[in-house]
Write a protein that binds this ligand. Structure first.
Ligand code: DX5
Ligand code: ZN
Length: 232
């Protein structure tokens, strides 16, 4: 039984957007066929960078009806969750490495009616999420070390994706796999989908100076045309 969605979802990451016209960039992504909007919250502690918080999430929420795929790169996210989830009531992803009581945090997010995901860094093994896998809507396999856009895809993440995909399939879980970091309209996207990813996050591949958002989205869609997650 195939439990993952066959349609590959593309989630532009607004971290790479022009923040001077953030709402317009989000609308451009929606008009170009984005499935989700990926929103990166960085605290300067879990990752060596600070992005933005609740106020900007509210602005993004106001600009689109698409689900927000909220990626919290935040140490002990529990304090921030109530405020962030007021406006981003779609998909909330916390890092396994950042939560002392991951099971409790997952439960809290689910109680608020949100889809819940857990992200793991390139060096974090699958066992960090295995015990909670049946509870998860999404596992986000980081394909860069989190903190910055525009980094190179780490190919060894593909093996981890494949192994996770197999565990999810064998157990009949409904968990989707997501990749984030260095994903372009090339083999990085294709190989990720073949390895099992159903959600592709892309920052600089979608928001850049070389292409319009529509052109970049079309190229990304074209790069995975005909592929379904896990069809390796
Ligand atoms: C990185 C963030 C990513 C980032 C990806 O830590 O979590 O979502 O925006 O950017 P690209 O696609 O440029 O690697
Ligand atoms: Zn992210």
């Amino acid at each position: 039984m195939t439990t993952t969605a066959a349609h590959v979802q593309i989630a532009p990451s607004v971290l790479a957007a022009d923040f001077g016209r953030l709402a317009q960039q989000v609308r451009d992504a929606e008009a170009a066929g984005a499935d989700l909007i990926h929103v990166d919250i960085m605290d300067g502690r879990f990752v060596p960078n600070i992005s933005f918080g609740e106020v900007v999430v509210d602005a993004i929420r106001g600009a689109t009806d698409l689900p927000l795929n909220l990626h919290l790169m935040v140490h002990e996210p529990d304090r921030l969750l109530p405020g962030l989830m007021k406006s981003a009531t779609d998909q909330v992803l916390v890092h396994a490495e950042a939560c002392a009581h991951l099971h409790r945090t997952i439960g809290y997010i689910k109680e608020q009616g949100c889809h819940v995901g857990v992200a793991i860094n390139p060096a974090t093994p699958i066992v960090a999420v295995e015990e909670v896998l049946p509870d998860l809507d999404i596992v986000l396999v980081m394909t860069v070390n989190p903190g910055f856009g525009g980094q190179s895809f780490i190919p060894s993440a593909l093996g981890k994706l494949r192994r996770l995909y197999r565990i999810i399939e064998e157990n009949g879980y409904a968990t989707q796999l997501e990749v984030d970091g260095g994903v372009k309209a090339d083999d990085t996207a294709r190989d990720s989908v073949s390895a099992g990813a159903g959600i592709l996050v892309a920052g600089t591949a979608i928001f850049n100076r070389e292409q319009s958002v529509a052109e970049a989205m079309a190229a990304m869609r074209e790069s995975v045309a005909g592929l379904t997650p896990g069809n390796a």
